[in-house]
Design a protein around this ligand. Structure first.
Ligand code: O2Y
Ligand code: MN
Length: 598
């Protein structure tokens, strides 16, 4: 797709951005050493106590650069309809002109790093390649962990492999056009931010932010926004899904992918420790899955990433001991608190905060400070290979065969603990209607639904209606019996007093067990208006203190509420106009008629 060679693109970009130096990166340990030393010496990194947290670092960002910026994220397609009603759209020529003016001289006085990276194992047929140009050494080090950075990528490209040019600048030159120097900061960035994807030329341009998904361009920008476009063009699926292997006590394996909106506990589920004796979960990925038909007509999945960029607050010894063990060393922490012995802490790591903490802004902190010690979106960046329950096949070029797909949201009402779709088309409808109730006024009106179809709302690189059509097409191209079965789950249903009905965490394994037994055709299910529900006696509830009333409430289908839900879905679907696949309208009608019958 890219017409320029990597060398030509680098030369052209250097001419525009005017760095003082160009460094070609190779992902080696020597490079890690050199750049971590550089960042420690310039104050961007604090080296953590090597006895407690070897080879690990704390970075504190600018307080105005702490999260993905969805309102500054753009899909730049020639026609607005190709971005669709869920994306911010800009004309590609208009956006390129604007970005060229911003990138002009943006790297003056800085080093420009050229980072060749693979998403997926280098030799996997499902791998795709990219080259990120960045003026942030923090980004280079994070890319070392999150992707596979190597010269092997440049070799693949030189032999004709397609690649995605991904251009990033923090937008904070150290010299002006007259060569006058300005002082550096420990977290350079720009108040003006643009995260632009060009789905017709597979390019990414990101300006102004050094943080997370805005700057580590292999993640959301390439693996999801550009990835979804590549998937549509090439017949595969790029999804915001965790990926795990579930093993039964008899040793049977089930590979399961699951899509949840951000902040619904995906990393916890990816690292689940089942409370059911004999059941095991092995982690393959916690955020993204690329799913493609294989030569036998089955869907296989890889995790294109090589690391976790997990949210720290709430990750603790009680909630996710696997994650805590994963980050024992070789980890970059961003915006967490610093302890007096040179280690890290955040809310939820332990019950009580250690004394004499320094908060994420660098100020002394106590529980009386009135603000959290760690930023709510603070992060740990660490290699998948350090996860104590990593599946040996996480790095397999062939990926894993997919047995089931789960869709979940955070629903206090209506949606039962688990329901199986009748077929693929119904499963696509379940994915298209994922939503969560607003919990805080700041997110919108409390109680209203935030729609997040396929958990891809901020990540789909094209029209969401066309994306649903693509899912239907993939299903139609394969034999129904060879397709993964699709389930909807909801761990978050509440009773009338606002208390969670289901304990969640390790107990979610009971739901996974029922899913596995359905896959093995060991148990039947009861038809309902919204899909196939478990027969209660088939759920393994041994050792769980839950009353029959609560169980009935967890699976209750309130027909009036579902009629209302169907009305809201109709309103939502109307936004997609001609791009709404006919099958989605038919599924909605089926739901309505089922509600009057079943
Ligand atoms: O704010 C950020 O850049 C992080 S957002 C994020 C990070 C890791 C995995 N998923 C997400 C997300 O928003 O879905
Ligand atoms: Mn995510």
């Amino acid at each position: 797709m890219t017409v320029l060679t990597v060398e030509q693109w680098v030369a052209e970009t250097a001419k525009l951005t005017q760095p003082s130096e160009i460094v070609w990166c190779d992902g080696s340990s020597a490079e890690w050493l050199k750049l971590t030393e550089l960042l420690v010496s310039n104050g961007t990194f604090i080296r953590l106590n090597p006895e407690l947290r070897p080879n690990s670092f704390l970075a504190r960002t600018d307080p105005a650069d702490v999260a993905r910026v969805e309102d500054r994220t753009f899909i730049c397609s020639t026609h607005e309809v190709d971005a669709g009603p869920t994306n911010n759209w800009r004309d590609p020529l208009w956006m390129k002109n604007l970005l060229r003016s911003l990138f002009k001289g943006s790297m003056r006085g800085r080093t420009m790093y050229v980072v060749p990276f693979a998403m997926g194992p280098l030799d996997s047929p499902q791998a795709r390649f990219g080259v990120e140009i960045t003026d942030s050494p923090y980004v280079v080090l994070s890319m070392h962990i999150m992707t596979r950075v190597s010269n092997g990528v440049l070799e693949k490209i030189s032999k004709g492999a397609d690649w995605v040019p991904a251009l990033h600048s923090v937008g904070a030159p150290l010299l002006d056009e007259n060569g006058v120097q300005s002082p550096d900061t420990t977290w350079p960035c720009n108040v003006e931010k643009y995260i632009a994807q060009f789905p017709e030329s597979n390019e990414i341009w990101s300006f102004g932010s050094g943080y997370g998904g805005n700057a580590l361009l292999g993640k959301k920008c390439m693996s999801l926004r550009i990835g979804s476009v590549l998937g549509r063009n090439e017949g595969w699926l790029a999804e915001h899904m965790l990926l795990v292997k579930l093993t039964s006590p008899s040793g049977k394996n089930f590979h399961i992918a699951a899509a949840f909106p951000s902040a619904c506990g995906k990393t916890n589920l990816a690292m689940l420790r089942p409370t059911l004796p004999g059941w095991k979960v092995a982690t393959i990925g916690d955020d993204i899955a690329w799913i493609a038909p294989d030569s036998d007509g089955r869907l296989r999945a890889i995790n294109p990433e090589a690391g976790f960029f997990g949210v720290a607050p709430g990750t603790g010894l009680k909630t996710n001991p696997v994650a805590v063990e994963t980050m024992r060393a070789n980890t970059i922490f961003t915006n967490v608190a610093l302890t007096e012995d040179g280690d890290v802490w955040w809310e939820g790591l332990t019950d009580d905060a250690p004394a004499n903490l320094i908060d994420w802004t660098g100020k002394a902190w106590s529980p009386l400070s009135g603000s959290p010690a760690a930023h709510p979106n603070s992060r740990f960046t660490v290699s998948l290979s350090q996860c104590p329950i990593i599946d040996p096949e996480w790095d397999s070029p062939a990926g894993v065969p997919l047995d089931a797909i789960l869709f979940g949201g955070r629903r206090a009402t209506n949606v039962p603990l688990v329901v199986e779709s009748r077929d693929w088309e119904h499963g696509v409808f379940m994915g298209a209607t994922i939503s969560s109730e607003q919990t805080a006024a700041a997110e919108g009106v409390v109680g209203t639904l935030r729609r997040d179809p396929f958990a891809m709302l901020p990540f789909c690189g094209y029209n969401m209606g066309d994306y649903w059509q693509h899912w239907l097409k993939v299903g139609q191209s394969l034999k129904a019996d060879d397709l993964p079965r699709i389930f909807q789950v909801n761990w978050f249903r509440k009773d009338a007093n606002g208390k969670f009905l289901w304990p969640g965490f390790g107990e979610n394994a009971r739901v996974m067990e029922w899913i596995a037994r359905r896959l093995e055709n060991e148990v039947s299910a009861q038809e309902s208006a919204i899909g196939k529900l478990p027969i209660i006696r088939d759920l393994n509830l041994e050792g769980l203190a839950i009353s029959d009333e609560k169980l009935a409430e967890i699976f209750q289908i309130d027909k009036a509420a579902w009629h209302h839900e169907a009305e809201l879905t109709a309103e939502y679907f109307a936004k997609f106009g001609e791009q709404l696949p006919a099958e989605m309208g038919q599924q909605l009608e089926l739901l309505r008629s089922n509600l009057t019958k079943l």
